[in-house]
Write a protein of this length. Sequence first.
Length: 255
Amino acid sequence: MPLLNNVLRPVAPLSTTAISNRLKTIRPLSMVESSRSRAGYVNGEICSQMTIFDEVLQYIATPAPAHFESLALKVFAYQFAAVPAYRAFCLGINVNASTVDELAKIPAVSTAAFKFARLQSGLPERGFCSSGTSRGAQQRSAHFVPRLDVYRASALAHLRRMLFPDGVRMRMLAMHPTADLMPESSLSQMISWCLEEFGKPPILCAATPRGVDLAGARRFLKAAVHDRAPVCILGTTAALGVLLEDLRRRRDVLA
């Protein structure tokens, strides 16, 4: 991807140490700062573009497909103006905000860009980094979130539609650490939100950054079988594979 590397490389690849140090500088916004940001303030100055966050939140709450393209164009215009690395990428491929008038013309950025550039606008509320499984711990992606409420609303809306359309809460088993155990992981954050929004006791997180508690997971699942209660299992393919292999090796039948 020569074009991506030439245009979206304003900084050196982000090492694990660099990401860790960067995340440490991100503090939660105070109530005053948060309210100013939501009212349309950036660094103490009025910025009407900040209302784009509220428009996105409104769309997530009440989707209107006919208005999706117009909102997407507004989001693009905001990102072009507020995210220097993205603007550099667009200009590098001869795309200007004033010339983009339909959804198909909005330039998409590869996820690889998050390993090489800081795609952010202003002071983020939270920062996340990837696990480093694709290119090693020294080249982890960094994702800085300007408004966590938008991120949460988007994640929960999709989970509700794809996994919990009937709104029934159920027991949950997390095979990946929750946000309190791995705050730098966006997956951990989404799992925590899912447990809060859709789970009901008993709920178990059978994982830490060091590994999976297979014995605890087995006990949890066997209790659910005994009670004839449905369980939602959340985790990565690797963690689920370890659990299934453990059950196979022990010849445990969950039925």
